[in-house]
Design a protein around this ligand. Structure first.
Ligand code: CDT
Length: 312
């Protein structure tokens, strides 16, 4: 058995006026809970140091950049890294990354149990739009503020396991899980900020959106025989509700733990990395069963082309 006691640290809403220091003090409280619960690894959500700022339209680049971190760790997050090191707990957290050469990414990092950064992922599937859209009931400007990630879908050996990260919208794309499945991933960590409503369809319910989240995460886990820990930032951010529903899903695709609140809440589960082996050796033994000679379109064609050759 290779057991890792994992804490899924769902976070409640962060308001636009909240400071990084206020947020980090909440993350420290979740880390304390995790220590008491015996966790070895704690996963925090996407863009967890600030409000979900892509809902706001900015034209001033300096204002945009104020939501980004130029270093990690930094003055605001040092206390988190220090306490994680004291506790011997590995952490994963999402933040907006501004690189020294001026690139903007939606990023998630992973540390080892000594708070050294051992893995980084930059979000590849950026949802939304890049200009103000008056037709929408609220904005989702990730395509305006971020570049698509440039690191692919890397998998890292950490704590005697194979770990990878996805960010929010990535969970809806089977290709993202499979890229990591093909590297033997055993634990997939995923943070998200998912609005409770659809800005382009007032009839879509929060319940349906929560179902789509679970469906995507459970399918990704089962079809790649990997643990998936999906952690929300939830609740009402300045009048904009976000779905909660954080889950820890087994390699069989079964939800083992689920959040009950829309606030700061720690999910805890003892995850045996060896539980991934059976699925990987049988129904999802890729080496024996995949038929890549028939998958050419997946990596060569982006949109739909109908049988008569016209484009969708
Ligand atoms: N953060 C993020 O990726 N949210 C998206 C919202 C999609 S609606 C434009 C999600 O897939 O949950």
């Amino acid at each position: 058995m290779r057991e890792i006691v994992i804490g899924g640290a769902q976070m409640g809403p962060i308001q636009r006026a909240d400071t990084r220091e206020q947020v980090v003090s909440r993350m420290l409280a979740l880390l304390d809970d995790a220590k008491r619960a015996g966790c070895n690894l704690v996963i925090f959500p996407e863009l967890c140091l600030t409000t979900f700022f892509p809902r706001w339209y900015f034209e001033d680049q300096a204002e945009v950049d104020s939501w980004f971190e130029t270093d990690m760790p930094n003055v605001a997050t040092n206390p988190l890294f220090d306490r994680a090191r004291d506790y011997g707990i590995a952490i994963s957290l999402g933040y907006a990354e501004l690189t020294p050469d001026g690139q903007h990414f939606n990023t998630q990092i992973l540390t080892d149990t000594e708070a050294r950064i051992v893995g980084k992922y930059r979000k590849i599937h950026l949802p939304g739009h890049d200009e103000y859209d008056p037709e929408r009931s609220f904005q989702h400007l990730e395509k305006r503020y971020f570049q698509p990630g440039d690191l692919g879908f890397p998998v890292f050996r950490n704590m005697d396991a194979l770990m990878g990260m996805l960010i929010c919208n990535d969970r809806r794309w089977p290709e993202a899980y499979r890229e990591m499945g093909l590297q033997g991933v055993e634990l997939t960590m995923l943070g998200y900020n998912t609005p409770s409503g659809n800005s382009q369809n007032a009839n879509e319910s929060a319940e349906l959106r929560a179902f789509h989240s679970d469906l995507s995460v459970q399918a990704g886990a089962y079809q790649n025989s990997t643990w998936v820990v999906a952690v929300a930032k939830a609740g009402d951010e300045d009048g904009h509700p976000l779905n909660g529903g954080s889950v820890i899903v087994s390699p069989d695709g079964v939800i083992m733990q689920k959040a009950h609140t829309l606030g700061d809440e720690l999910l805890v589960h003892n995850c045996d990395m060896d539980a991934t082996k059976f699925g990987k050796a049988t129904v999802f033994d890729f080496k024996r069963h995949r038929r890549i000679e028939h998958y050419g379109r997946i990596a060569s064609q982006t949109g739909v082309i109908y049988p008569d050759g016209t484009q969708g």
